[in-house]
Design a protein around this ligand. Structure first.
Ligand code: HEM
Length: 397
């Protein structure tokens, strides 16, 4: 993403900075809306102030429907009928489809998953210990923890993880060519369509089973059920895995903070909120289109113009978070927008929090001397993606 008006851009001091050697979007400081050009040449508005971001995400004059010609194409996937399910729909249809899943995501239900997530985390750490240092924290821990939890919840066999991890990654990458992105999307679709048919024949008590059970009452087509499963698989995967890896990376860079957390487990919940705010792994990946003329932050956004929302800038806006560039694990960071805001606010956030809390607690306890074995500036980042994170994170203990 390039800024049409560089006067409005100033990198904020967040870490990691631009990886060496990688062409990277400038991380914009929270500022009034500015015009930006995407790599496909299309012009949109970049909205970065906390208050403006919350307005865009909660005002019904901004649509999440990517069938609209003005919608910013942040990923190369062409708009498909039924697309990414309710993520790309507006109310009332959005609400109908989302409500099929919400009973499965209440805090109570997600809290009940804690013992299973803890078991998975411990098993993965056993594996890391057996293999001995060094280990790649992404492949040995972050990705399988996120993936196994999600598979369990959705009712997708974990044995197929290599296949759907590869294809989910392709779909959220911003530098995949459109043919590869479409092919990956189709592979996921065919795989899930087959699985849905199996579950129709033999009902299961998982998310796909729950969607099938409501097919009639919620007027869901077969395609709707597959699209729900696909959305969950894509949205719940890279996000949590990258957030775990980025959090660990941040803690190994700040061993004194890791030590403080180890000594005071009650700090863990606020620390996870602060890491979510500070790291905002879904950085500039949220898009909308104005359906009416809107005045926002001193600018006029015309009907049909696209808007790219920077969650990272909003989370680093000093008007909302004093000393916003500082990582302060003790601060009250609630109110951050790492999970978005408004009707599309992340449905999986309670689960993501539980996974992060468990991942960090288990790691800090098992490996008190956890450290990175590669200098941060030499790490490769998955940077051309709606979700950022390290491709690998070699650690020792
Ligand atoms: C740290 C981890 C996560 C982060 C940072 C994150 C971030 C986000 C953000 C920013 C949105 C809003 C998108 C928009 O407004 O266009 C969102 C929506 C969504 N997320 Fe998450 N997410 C995470 C984990 C998960 C998990 C674990 C799941 C599933 C189990 C999940 C499922 C979804 C779904 C289905 C939506 C669409 C909601 C809607 O459109 O109503 N996410 N997420």
């Amino acid at each position: 993403m390039q800024h049409a008006d560089p006067a409005h851009t100033r990198p904020v001091s967040v870490w990691p900075p631009v990886p060496p050697g990688a062409e990277s979007p400038v991380i914009p400081d929270a500022a009034p809306p500015v015009r930006v050009t995407l790599s496909d040449g299309s012009m949109h508005w970049l909205v970065s102030r906390y208050a403006d971001v919350r307005t865009v995400l909660s005002d019904s004059r901004f649509s999440a429907d990517d069938q609209h010609p003005g919608f910013p194409r942040l990923i190369p996937l062409p708009p498909l009928p039924g697309g990414l399910s309710f993520l790309r729909m507006d109310p009332p249809r959005h609400d109908v489809l989302r409500r099929v899943l919400t009973p499965r995501f209440t805090v109570r239900r997600i809290e009940a998953l804690r013992p299973a997530v803890e078991r998975t985390a411990e098993e993965l750490l056993d594996g890391m210990e057996r293999g001995g240092p060094p280990a790649d924290l992404v492949q040995a821990f972050a990705l399988p923890l996120a993936s196994r939890t999600l598979c369990e919840l959705l009712g997708v066999p974990y044995r197929d993880h290599a296949m759907f991890q590869e294809h989910s990654t392709n779909v959220v990458a911003t530098d995949t060519d459109p043919d590869t992105a479409t092919a990956s999307f189709t592979v996921l679709e065919e795989y899930l369509a087959e699985l849905v048919e199996e579950k129709r024949a033999r009902p299961t008590d998982d998310l796909i089973g729950a969607a099938l059970a409501q097919q009639e009452s919620a007027a869901l087509t077969d395609e709707d059920v597959v699209a729900l499963a696909r959305l969950m698989l894509i949205a719940g995967h890279e996000t949590t895995a990258n957030m775990i890896s980025m959090s660990v990376l941040t803690l190994v860079r700040h061993p004194e903070r890791a030590a403080a957390l180890r000594g005071a487990p009650e700090l863990l919940r606020p620390a996870v909120e602060e890491l979510l705010r500070y790291l905002a792994v879904v950085r500039d990946g949220i898009a909308r289109v104005a359906t009416e003329r809107v005045r926002l932050g001193g600018q006029v956004i015309e009907a049909g113009e696209g808007v790219v929302v920077s969650l990272q800038s909003a989370n680093h806006d000093a008007a909302a978070f004093p000393d916003a560039a500082e990582l302060d694990l003790g601060r009250d960071a609630r109110g951050h927008v790492a999970f978005g805001y408004g009707v599309h606010q992340c449905i999986g956030q309670a689960l993501a929090r539980v996974q992060l809390q468990i991942a960090l607690t288990a790691l800090l306890r098992r490996f008190p001397r956890l450290r990175g074995t590669v200098a941060p500036e030499d790490l490769a980042f998955r940077e051309f993606s709606v979700v950022v994170g390290p491709r690998s994170l070699p650690v020792a203990w």
